[in-house]
Design a protein around this ligand. Structure first.
Ligand SMILES: [Mg+2]
Length: 171
């Protein structure tokens, strides 16, 4: 179901590399998962990521927030048994002369607007905490570790945050 842009339902921006596609783990202690060939590149997809994301699907509107862009829909809903496809952000080069900031923030601001509650799980939030603090809408950064990706603790944190959001009056 596509929700209107001013919906109270929070967005969950989902990165892929370092959240769903894992790297940097010890081969001895590799998390459960399997390789998916994406245009010749083998990505190690966390088996747990599917269940974790499904546990969030009723409380968030999921949006891919990844350099994979539309490719996330081609491969991941099938690999993870997700109720996708999901909307996805597309990223462009920053305008010349603009203040350098995290490469995803312009697309996030354009998609979410200032007020919509936004949670964002990624393995790279460098320089984003100030942005999150200044955003008028409720904003939660959940930072994953690339060898582990999304965990049960992240799911709990996200559900708790969503449940505590102020409900706007109808109309
Ligand atoms: Mg990443």
């Amino acid at each position: 179901m596509k929700l209107p842009a001013n919906s109270d339902v929070p967005l969950l921006l989902v990165d892929v590399d370092g959240v769903i596609s894992l790297f940097g783990f010890d081969l001895d202690s590799r998390p459960e998962g399997g390789f998916v060939n994406v245009e010749g590149i083998h990505h190690y997809i966390s088996r747990a990521a599917g269940a974790h994301l499904r546990a969030l699907a009723n409380d968030f509107e999921m949006v891919w927030c990844t350099g994979w862009e539309e490719k996330a829909n081609e491969y991941l809903p099938h690999a993870l048994s997700l109720p996708g496809p999901f909307p996805f952000l597309t990223f462009s080069a920053p305008a010349p002369g603009s203040t350098p900031r995290h490469w995803k923030l312009d697309a996030i601001d354009a998609y979410a607007g200032p007020d919509r509650p936004v949670a964002w799980i990624d393995d790279d939030h460098e320089g984003c905490h100030e942005w999150a603090g200044e955003r008028p809408g409720p904003t939660l950064l959940v930072t994953a570790l690339p060898p582990l990706g999304i965990t049960a603790a992240h799911v709990e944190e996200l559900l708790r945050w969503a449940a505590a959001l102020p409900k706007r009056a109808a109309g």
